[in-house]
Write a protein that binds this ligand. Structure first.
Ligand SMILES: NC(=O)c1ccc[n+]([C@@H]2O[C@H](COP(=O)([O-])OP(=O)(O)OC[C@H]3O[C@@H](n4cnc5c(N)ncnc54)[C@H](OP(=O)(O)O)[C@@H]3O)[C@@H](O)[C@H]2O)c1
Length: 239
């Protein structure tokens, strides 16, 4: 792997992707992989877009995070399980926090059966009581929030001291974060593929969201895969 911005070879990924020090609020980093023509999945999952370089960065981003935030659509489609490798400086991996209004997650997902730390389920008391109970029974740390708006979600992570947030999608949750102006940083892998098909893009929301200006922070390259790191302009002073 080489770094195109700043120029160099064999970049230190831990350094390249370090979170700002001494965070006083949750810092939302979003990580996605996309084809060149903007597909977020091939046959409904992201694995067809991956590459060794993307895997390497994906792993480093997880090791730098306090928590991995995902929407339930991604947890289901990608058959999520718990993260394996401890966060750097800790002896446990980051918990996965799943956002779900319906609490409709299978209890045989690795999120519940194959995890070193309890999966946090961010839901509300509106979700059916039997589903919430089943997820608790399966070992989930089920949190009934007053609502699932972005400030409420991030407030809960902040309350737990989980400020280095890594959102792994999907497009629905990412769209909510963008619409709320809550994304600090986007790590985007561009895979050297044209995928066409019916896959969506990396963020989806209702119309009318004000586009955010982003600033390019770093670019890595390996085997025609580009690994881009952008931050929202107003967050740039922290980096
Ligand atoms: N290429 C990549 O890097 C990448 C990354 C992630 C996902 N993906 C792909 O994206 C697809 C999944 O997309 P998706 O949009 O369904 O995923 P998603 O954003 O993970 O899930 C959306 C669902 O999560 C719950 N949810 C999320 N935010 C919520 C909120 N603020 N309030 C209430 N509920 C909320 C809702 O479901 P319930 O209320 O029913 O639980 C919602 O329907 C899959 O094909 C996956 O492979 C690709």
């Amino acid at each position: 792997m080489r770094s195109l911005l700043p120029p160099g070879s064999d970049p230190d990924l831990t350094q390249t992707y370090a979170y700002p020090a001494d965070l006083s609020r949750p810092w939302v980093r979003v990580n996605f992989v996309s084809s060149l023509d903007g597909a977020v999945s091939v046959d409904g999952v992201s694995s067809g877009l991956g590459s060794p370089a993307d895997k390497a960065v994906f792993g480093v981003l997880r090791r730098l995070a306090d928590v991995i935030l995902v929407g339930s659509g991604t947890a289901r489609a990608e058959r999520y399980r718990g993260a394996r490798t401890p966060t750097i400086g800790r002896d446990t991996p980051p918990p996965i926090a799943v956002v779900t209004g319906s609490a409709s997650l299978e209890t045989d997902l690795g999120l519940f059966t194959d995890t070193a730390v309890p999966t946090i389920v961010l839901t509300t008391a509106e979700a059916p009581a039997d589903r919430r109970a089943a997820l608790r029974e399966a070992g989930g740390d089920v949190v009934e929030l007053p609502d699932l708006r972005v400030p409420t979600l991030l407030g809960e992570l902040d309350r737990r001291g989980l400020r280095r947030v890594l959102c792994e999608g999907g497009p629905g949750l990412h769209g909510d974060l963008v619409a709320a102006g809550a994304v600090d940083e986007l790590c985007l892998t561009l895979s050297p593929l044209l995928a066409a098909g019916e896959a969506g893009r990396i963020a989806r929301s209702a119309a009318g969201v004000e586009p955010e200006d982003m600033t390019l922070h770093s670019v890595l390259e390996e085997d025609s895969t580009l690994l881009l790191r952008y931050h929202i302009r107003h967050s740039s002073e922290h980096l």
